[in-house]
Design a binder for this molecule. Structure first.
Ligand code: TNX
Length: 522
């Protein structure tokens, strides 16, 4: 059995095996695109880590025995699809796009020895590493396959962000949803508003709980951190080299206490506001004034310059309307704009931001609460469905595109099973690996046309109770692998027993995972 995760669309084992040895080469066609050359170099780097062999990359020569050939093939129509042929004679990876080649390389990687694993003689033989012959034809089920990380509640170093991106790439996920702002911290440098990070990135202390403990207390220790624009660019470039889009999230109008602490004039009251030290839902949110809209548009201009992603997430979740309802200015705005309920002010936020983004060729993404404020048409907007499984189907029925991230199946801040005695506090009920694996992103009540609005699925890692990179990994893994298979593999091919048979090899691989695997400028 080949331990491939996510399971490819079609796998046909063949007789024999390919031998990778010191004379193997990685060959590209003469006119290969720059990105394809980079994929070849990535493969060479990976095989070096796995076997110690330094294989040359060369432009198309006649492939000889033991060579690996990366070839363009316009007949492979799926943008992310590829064909992998391992025969005793050679390995061939074909795709229409460099992205497809990259996924073929990721599949080959799972057939090769573990990188930085325990030293292995070449499968016990002196003449090379053996890779079983196989024909694989593969393409993803969904175009959007995401993992989220909340760096607002806790900040994670760039080195870990890169490792996270490496992990996503290894499992053919293609979007990193970077949750950059929240009540408890603003984590992205914005040149026009320096107080967002000089003030908004720091909190006085943090609400904590001991392992398994229900009682919360404040730890009395100042906490903070942020990413400079140079660091952001570095991460975006690092991800792009692995065909991962970084989708930033700037939370509005709620989850914005850090922004209010920095610029109190954006609130509906005079505050005072403080970067939050407690978790949960906070009443102080952005006030729908021209000053706020100008601020948000200026912030987003800088964000757009940093992130080429078509999708830009603007939050929209958990925004209580209490402050709006009590504000004379907001009531006057509602009368002026014909908004019946304070909730519709939320729709006004979404319309304004949606139009701003659309005019710049981007698409607004919002949590499913965005549907409740009568946002109207919102051309191009995408709903991220998290509160159960109703928001998604409703949005799809309204003709909106949807990303499914229902908390019952994709919230990796919940325990994975009965907590170990010393395990850091996490949310209940437990979300087991099997439950993640059972997740079906396309709700059963959608017809074919509606189902095409389901762009894909995402796993979310909220970090109120996740303080360190080790903890984030422990929570994300191995559930991320189940999610990856849900988002990539054909529905009919999914099989829990088979997944469990394939998993141990990956646990071994993950245990040996180097701090950073991908290529980097550092
Ligand atoms: C709800 S999911 C939130 C987050 C919390 C999470 C905890 C969503 C859009 N909002 O702010 O971190 O629950 O699971």
């Amino acid at each position: 059995m080949l331990s491939l995760i996510p399971l490819p669309a079609a796998v046909v084992p063949r007789a024999g095996e390919f031998i990778l040895g010191p004379n193997s080469r990685i060959l590209l066609t003469d006119n290969a695109q720059v990105e394809a050359v980079q994929v070849a170099e990535y493969l060479a780097d990976m095989l070096r880590r796995a076997t110690g062999l330094r294989l040359p990359t060369a432009a198309a020569e006649q492939p000889g025995p033991g060579d690996i050939v990366l070839a363009p093939d316009p007949a492979i129509t799926a943008d992310e699809g590829y064909r992998l042929r391992v025969s005793p004679d050679r390995i061939e990876i074909a795709a229409q796009t460099p992205r497809g080649l990259f996924y073929g390389v990721q599949t080959l990687r799972q057939l090769a020895p573990i990188e930085n694993g325990p030293p292995r003689p070449a499968a016990g033989r002196s003449d090379g590493w053996r890779i079983p012959a196989v024909d694989i034809d593969d393409a993803p089920r969904f175009p959007y396959r995401g993992m989220h990380l909340d760096v607002g509640r806790h900040w994670f170093p760039v080195s870990f962000i890169k490792k996270y991106i490496d992990l996503l790439a290894a499992y053919k996920l293609n979007t990193f949803h970077w949750h950059l702002t929240d009540d408890q911290g603003w984590r992205i440098e914005i040149k026009q508003y320096p107080r967002l990070t000089s003030v908004g990135a720091w909190r006085r202390e943090t609400q904590v709980r001991s392992a398994g403990d229900g009682t919360a207390r404040l730890d009395g220790t100042p906490y903070g951190g942020f990413y400079t624009q140079d660091e952001i660019r570095e991460v975006v470039g690092y991800a792009a080299a692995q065909f991962i889009t970084v989708m930033p999230e700037i939370e509005l109008p709620g989850h914005s206490r850090a922004a209010l602490a920095a610029y109190p004039e954006l609130g509906c009251t005079t505050g005072p506001f403080e970067v939050a030290t407690h978790w949960g839902i906070h009443d102080d949110i952005l006030c729908p004034s021209e000053a706020t809209f100008t601020f948000l548009e200026n912030v987003l201009e800088e964000v757009l310059a940093l992130f080429p992603s078509r999708f830009i997430h603007v939050g929209g979740d958990e925004a209580p309307t209490r402050r709006w309802a009590a504000s004379g200015a907001v009531r006057a705005m509602m009368a002026r704009e014909g908004l019946a309920r304070p909730a519709e002010v939320h729709g006004a936020f979404m319309r304004r931001m949606g139009a701003f983004l659309a005019a710049r060729g981007r698409r607004l993404v919002g949590w499913d609460e965005m549907l409740e404020g009568n946002p109207g048409e919102l051309p191009g907007a995408v709903v991220m469905s998290w509160r159960g499984q109703d928001g998604g189907p409703r949005a799809a029925q309204e003709g909106r595109d949807v990303i499914m991230a229902p908390h019952q199946f994709t919230y990796f801040d919940h325990y994975q099973g009965p907590p170990a005695p010393d395990e850091p506090f996490a949310l209940s009920p437990a979300l087991t690996l099997e439950k993640v694996y059972s997740f079906e992103p396309v709700p059963s009540d959608l017809d074919g046309a509606q189902a095409r609005h389901i762009l894909g699925a995402q796993g979310n890692v909220w970090t109120e109770w996740i303080r360190t990179p080790d903890d984030a990994e422990r929570m994300a893994l191995p559930r991320m692998l189940a999610l990856a298979e849900v988002a990539w593999s054909p529905r009919e091919a999914r099989d829990w027993a088979s997944f469990m048979m394939r998993l141990p090899r990956h646990l071994e691989r993950l245990a040996a995972w180097p701090a950073r695997v991908g290529r980097t400028s550092e």
